[in-house]
Design a protein around this ligand. Structure first.
Ligand SMILES: *Cc1c(COP(=O)(O)O)cnc(C)c1O
Length: 390
C-alpha cells in the first residue's frame, strides 16, 4: 500500500477523552464557544474550528482530509450527493454570460444541469466530441470559463486524454473540472495530470456498499475557497453520519477497487469471444479503441464492463430478465454485481439520436462488476445470454 492509501486508515479525528479506537459520530448541529472572544475569533476566521455543521464537522473534515490526500489535492468540501458537488462546481464559478465546454457523454443529471438549468441563468454550454480532439479548440469561445470532463464515460467507456485536456484548459485559461467517479483516485489522479477541480459521487465506489448518497469536490485551495463560500451559504453539506460512513468506507477502498478491477478484467476477457455478443468493451482489453491511452492514464481498467447483445432492445430486455445473481438497479460501484440496460433506464430521456452520439446502442448492457466469486459472475452472465436467445 502506498502512503496516500495508508492515509485512508491513519487519518483520524483527534481522540476524545474516551480514547476510542474508531472515530465516534459527532451528531451535533453546532459547537460551543468557550467565551464571547472565541465566538468572535471563530466567526472572523482568526481561529480555526467548528462552528456549525453546515460549515464543517469533525466527521466531514476527516472524510475530506482522506480524499484530499488520495487525490493529491490541496483542499475539499463534502456534499450531500454527487450532484450537489457537480452543481456547486458550476455555481461557485459561473455567472450570466459565461460558457462551458463539456464532454458529450455525461452522467444524466449533469447533462440536465447544463442543458436545462444553467441556461435559466444565462450560462451556455457546448459539447465536445471526444473522438475528435482536433475539434476541441473550435468549441472554446471568448466567454468560455470551464471545461467539464468525464473519463471513462458512462456507459460507453470512452476516454479523454486528461493531459491533453489540461494543456488546452491552461492555454485558454479555463477551470478544468473532472468527474472522477468511474475511475476513483486509485486508478487515475486528474490533479496530477493538470486538473483544477475533481468531483466524485461518493455514492458509487467510495461507499461501494449501497448504503448512502454523498459527494465531494477537491482541488486547488483558492478554488475550494469559492466552493466553500457557495456551499456554506446554500447548505448542500454532507451530514455527520454519512461523513462517518464514507470515511470508514475509504479504509477498504484500495482492496475493493483492486478486486472490482481484477474481476472486471476476467469477465471482459471471458466474454470477449462470445458469439452472442456484438462486442465487449473494457479499457484494459487490447480491443478497446483507446487501449494505449487507457494503459497510460489508468492504473487499472475499472469495475465496469459494457457488452452489446446480438438482438437489440428486445434481446437486452430478455437478458436483464434472465439474470439470476446480479441485481437489477441503477446504481454502480457496489460490492454486488449490477446489470443495467441504459437505453430503457438511465439514458431513456435522451433521444435515439443523442444516444447514438454517445454510443448507447439498444443492445448495450452495463455491468458493474461486484466482489462475488468471478466464476459465479461469469456463469450468471453466460446463462442470461443463453436464456435470452430466440
Ligand atoms: C452517480 C453519478 C453522479 C451523481 O451522483 P449522486 O451521488 O447520485 O448524486 C455524478 N457523476 C457520475 C459519473 C455518477 O456516476
Amino acid at each position: 500500500m502506498k502512503k496516500d492509501e495508508s492515509n485512508l486508515i491513519r487519518i483520524q479525528t483527534e481522540k476524545s477523552q474516551n480514547r476510542e479506537h474508531s472515530t465516534p459520530i459527532y451528531m451535533t448541529s453546532s459547537f460551543t464557544f468557550n467565551n464571547a472572544e472565541q465566538g468572535r475569533a471563530l466567526f472572523s476566521e482568526e481561529e480555526e474550528g467548528n462552528i456549525y455543521s453546515r460549515f464543517s464537522n469533525p466527521n466531514t473534515s476527516e472524510f475530506i482530509d482522506k480524499m484530499v490526500s488520495l487525490e493529491n489535492a490541496e483542499d475539499g468540501f463534502a456534499f450531500a450527493s454527487g450532484m450537489a458537488a457537480v452543481f456547486a462546481g458550476f455555481a461557485s464559478f459561473l455567472k450570466s454570460g459565461d460558457h462551458v465546454v463539456a464532454t458529450r457523454a455525461l452522467f444524466g443529471s449533469t447533462h440536465q444541469i447544463l442543458t436545462q438549468l444553467l441556461p435559466r441563468w444565462g450560462i451556455t454550454s457546448t459539447y465536445l466530441d471526444t473522438k475528435n480532439s482536433d475539434a476541441w479548440e473550435n468549441a472554446i469561445q471568448s466567454n468560455t470559463k470551464m471545461m467539464f470532463v468525464e473519463t471513462p464515460s458512462n456507459p460507453g467507456l470512452d476516454l479523454v486524454d486528461l493531459e491533453f485536456a489540461s494543456l488546452l484548459a491552461e492555454k485558454h485559461n479555463l477551470i478544468l473540472h473532472v468527474d472522477n467517479t468511474f475511475a476513483t483516485p486509485l486508478i487515475q489522479k486528474p490533479i496530477e495530470l493538470g486538473a483544477d477541480l475533481v468531483s466524485h459521487s461518493a455514492t458509487k465506489y467510495i461507499d461501494g456498499q449501497g448504503r448512502t448518497i454523498g459527494g465531494i469536490i477537491v482541488g486547488r485551495k483558492d478554488l475550494i475557497k469559492e466552493v466553500r463560500f457557495f456551499a456554506r451559504q446554500t447548505g448542500p453539506s454532507l451530514s455527520p453520519f454519512n461523513s462517518w460512513l464514507l470515511s470508514k468506507s475509504l479504509e477498504t477502498l484500495p482492496v475493493r477497487v483492486e478486486k472490482h478491477c481484477s474481476n472486471a478484467l476476467q469477465l471482459a476477457t471471458a466474454l470477449e469471444k462470445d458469439p452472442e455478443l456484438l462486442w465487449v468493451k473494457y479499457p484494459h482489453l487490447s480491443s478497446h479503441p483507446q487501449y494505449s491511452l487507457a494503459k497510460k492514464q489508468m492504473k487499472l481498467g475499472g469495475g465496469i464492463v459494457t457488452i452489446n447483445v446480438n438482438g437489440g432492445f428486445e434481446r437486452a430486455k430478455k437478458f436483464i430478465d434472465s439474470v439470476k445473481m446480479a441485481s437489477l438497479t441503477a446504481n454502480l460501484g457496489d460490492t454486488r454485481t449490477i446489470v443495467t440496460h441504459p437505453a430503457s433506464t438511465t439514458h431513456s430521456k435522451l433521444t435515439d439520436e443523442e444516444r447514438e452520439l454517445v454510443g448507447i446502442s439498444p443492445g448495450l448492457i452495463r455491468i458493474s462488476v461486484g466482489l462475488e466469486d468471478i466464476d459465479d459472475i461469469t456463469n450468471d452472465i453466460r446463462q442470461a445470454l443463453e436464456g435470452s436467445k430466440g
